[in-house]
Design a protein around this ligand. Sequence first.
Ligand SMILES: Cc1ncc(COP(=O)(O)O)c(C=O)c1O
Length: 376
Amino acid sequence: MIYANYAATSPALTPSVAAELRGYLDGIHLNAGRNFEGLPEVAAALRARRAVGQLFGIANPLRVIFTSGATAALNMAINGLVTHGCHVLATSVEHNAAARPLHALQKEGIIDLEYLRCAPDGSLEPETVRKAVKKNTRLLVMTHASNVLGTILPVTECFKTAREFGIFTILDTAQTAGILPLSMEADCDVIAFAGHKGLGALAGIGGFALSERAAREMRQWMRGGTGSASDSLEMPDFLPDKFEPGTQNTFGIISLAASVEEILRTGVKAIRERERALTARFIEGLTERKNITPCGTLNADRSMALVSIVVRGQDAGDVSRRLFDEHGIITRSGLHCSPAAHKTAGTFPAGTVRFSFGRGTTEAEIDAILKALEEL
Ligand SMILES: Cc1ncc(COP(=O)(O)O)c(C=O)c1O
């Protein structure tokens, strides 16, 4: 079996992350963030906040908030930052995790939504942001890299422009966290992340990191018990409780602490370089195949370890199935929860077959996939 679907989820925990979780399974399950300091669960929550903060260049670990994943984080941040009648910018390659909440707000007449048009390869001219800014632009939502095209967006430049105009910024790092170096303390208001992809933690844990300004001004989208300030019907105004109602996912938080610490030990730069080299090898092999049209920039320096292809005259779902049935290769076909990206690339509604690589991928696997593609 060759797993080439890392963009959807990491297939396995590393041995050290699994060992930590096994230790926790044998113990008593308490409630991270709600009990006395010194308990392993409380310590794990702080460890995870510290590790994620370090990964994103966020100095104060309390500005790292846990949710069930990037989808919940994006919903909380988008709904918490918009105001009635405001203008919102987003790119034309957003995942539905951002596109659907934005669409709903537009449909309800709450926001005026405008998409920044990316090129068919998924790239975006940073100047597009400046040209689109209006007097009432309040929010810019951007994915760090397209989950369909792999293309890395120029978030630093775009967010600098947004900051000039006082616009709030939300970055979706579901595809890049733990793989692409990122230090956004100065320019980004909300960094949404998913635990189960590049971060190598369990599914069901994710969150967002907040700027001081967003921590102050963002409204809660979800409210409930926090185990603190319980005499009041208002949510506490201190972090992380302000944005963490309900019982937390301790098991997920422990997996996140262990996995992000491991990433920090390995170094994000080293992880990125390894995946970049694998992508370059794959792209080079693909361009030799006449019946295959690869999407994206076809430049590993500008892309994540993710390449979508169209096989001439063949249905994407059929190709994916054949790759699995005949070669044991696991890919993902269709629209990948991002119809917008497919419309941008010109592959809507047929979709593509997506190959995505990660920490377990080897050069031999890349070569085996290329060989399998020869037979299509
Ligand atoms: C770009 C992007 N954003 C958001 C998500 C949603 O992440 P989660 O599964 O953590 O909610 C994904 C997952 O596929 C994604 O690729």
